[in-house]
Design a binder for this molecule. Sequence first.
Ligand SMILES: [Zn+2]
Ligand SMILES: [Zn+2]
Ligand SMILES: [Zn+2]
Length: 142
Amino acid sequence: MPVPLAPYPTPPAPAANGAQSQLVCSGCRNLLLYPVGATSVYCAVCNAVTAVPPPGTEMAQLVCGGCHTLLMYIRGATSVQCSCCHTVNLALEANQVAHVNCGNCRMLLMYQYGARSVKCAVCNFVTSVGASGSTNEQKFST
Ligand SMILES: [Zn+2]
Ligand SMILES: [Zn+2]
Ligand SMILES: [Zn+2]
C-alpha cells in the first residue's frame, strides 16, 4: 500500500514571498498592510473590504487644503478625502507634490508640481527646481 506523500496541501506560491504593500482603507482611511498579490484587503478596524489597485498603479501625493497633511492617492483619482480633517481635496496635477533638497542646507523640501523654485523654510535659500531633477522622478505628462 503506497504511503501518501505531501500530507499537507501545498499552498499556491505567492508572487513575491513576504513582500508587503500598503493601501488606505476605503472605510476608515487607516493605512493597511497586505501581502503582494492579494486582490482585496479586509480592514480589522472598520470591517470594510478594500480592493487592491492593480500592480503598477502609480501613487501620487498632495497636501490637504484643510490641515496640510500629506495625502497619498492613486494617480488618476479625481478627489482625495483627508483622513485627518475629512476635507475632500481635488486631485489636480497642479496640487501634486514633488521633493527637492535645499541647495544650501540640504533640507528635504516639498513643492507643488509646476513650481519653478522653492524657498527653504529653514535657511530661506531659494532652490530652483526642474533643471536638476533626479532620474527616478515619477513620470509627469500632461
Ligand atoms: Zn477601515
Ligand atoms: Zn486634512
Ligand atoms: Zn535650506
